[in-house]
Design a protein. Structure first.
Length: 364
């Protein structure tokens, strides 16, 4: 009897999971939701404004906790604004009936993270955000907290994604070094220590522009409007001539990695926090990189990682080349039949410093 392969489940097997009822959706899943190694999740028709963020906890249902924390309900049917600084819980259109050997991890999508739209998945009986236990049967909910901008949302919008996996598929540092030697994962020197180190680029070529900082008092962003908004209405430019910037507490920044990253088609990767002792900031809400990201054959040679950075307690000096995050690579159970950027709509393949897709392109 064949032992099931450990790893992240590719798109062709996600399709099988839908056919087998391990993933259920009402209305049915549409093809655009299925990514190389993940499934986009869709907002349902109601948002619950709640007093505080919460987890259901062992043995409890989210619906029961909603009765405890709900302030009011927002009908999303014709579009509604989720306001900055508020916490909402939205039942999703998808639910799960996972086999005992499959677990799942959710993440905000890239565009969601770049808008500082904190979006996490919660489940019945859940004791962690974004982590779905093996064999989970039940509904999925998105907890949404707009941090910098109020947003207009509608049912069916896809703010987060879920990937499925079997067993421990994480590459050890030795395996990562071997992979890098075989096919470079970054241009230049690879810092490998509990994953692949990711550093910040504050010396971009031929410009003093190194990032953007969210303005505090802006208009609403309709998440259906692509290439629509003027960045100057929502963002301040961050410039430096000495490879150094000071992060203000509570402010949200878009920066870019110094490394151009490659995710070979046989692997996926997740952005994980670096050591907390390095600095008082959080990097990258939207931490999932699909197979093929930055892969030359898929049009992605030289794809840098966009860093979503929020500083916490005190002003913090960030310097060029400082390691701010790490990429953890995981094996796929099988190469996806579709890889990132090759024939599918990929907004960020081949990217450098780039705001979310809702904004008009800007030149440095």
């Amino acid at each position: 009897m064949n032992t099931p392969v450990h790893g992240v489940i590719p798109n062709q097997h996600i399709t099988t999971m839908i056919e087998d009822g391990a993933i259920h959706a009402a209305p049915d899943v549409i093809p655009e939701q299925i990514q190389p190694a993940s499934l986009d999740l869709r907002l349902g028709t109601t948002a619950y404004r709640v007093r505080a963020s919460f987890l259901a906890g062992k043995g409890a249902k989210v619906a029961d906790r909603l009765a405890e924390f709900e302030m009011h309900r927002v009908d999303l049917t014709n579009g509604a604004v989720l306001e900055k600084g508020c916490v909402y819980v939205v039942p999703l259109m998808e639910s799960l009936a996972l086999p005992a050997d499959l677990s799942a991890v959710a993440n905000a999508k890239s565009s969601t993270g770049r808008l500082d739209l904190l979006t996490r998945t919660i489940t019945d009986g859940g004791t962690e955000f974004d982590r779905i236990a093996p064999g989970y049967h039940g509904p999925l909910y998105a907890e949404i907290c707009p941090r910098s901008f109020s947003v207009l949302v509608r049912p069916g919008m896809r703010l987060n994604q879920i990937r499925f996996g079997r067993g421990d598929a994480m590459l050890t540092d030795d395996a990562l070094r071997a992979l890098h030697a075989q096919a470079p994962l970054v241009d230049g020197h690879a810092v490998i220590d509990d994953g692949l180190g990711f550093s910040v680029d504050l010396k971009l070529p031929n410009t003093t522009l190194v990032g953007y900082r969210a303005k505090p008092h802006t208009g609403v962003i309709d998440l259906d409007n692509i290439g629509y908004y003027d960045p100057a209405d929502y963002w301040e430019e961050v410039r430096t001539t000495n490879g150094q910037i000071i992060l203000d507490p509570g402010a949200f920044y878009i920066l870019v990695s110094r490394e151009a990253v490659t995710i070979p088609p046989e692997y996926a990767a997740e952005m994980a926090p670096y050591l907390a002792m390095v600095g008082e900031f959080r990097v990258h809400y939207a931490g999932f990189f699909d197979p093929g990201f930055g892969y030359a054959a898929a049009g992605g040679a030289g794809s840098r990682g966009v860093l979503e950075v929020r500083c916490h307690e005190a002003p913090f000096v960030l310097e060029h080349g400082q390691v701010v995050g790490r990429l953890v690579y995981e094996r796929m159970t099988e190469v996806p039949s579709q890889i990132y950027g090759a024939g599918i709509a990929s907004n960020y393949q081949g990217q450098g410093l780039k705001l979310s897709k809702h904004f008009k392109s800007v030149s440095a």
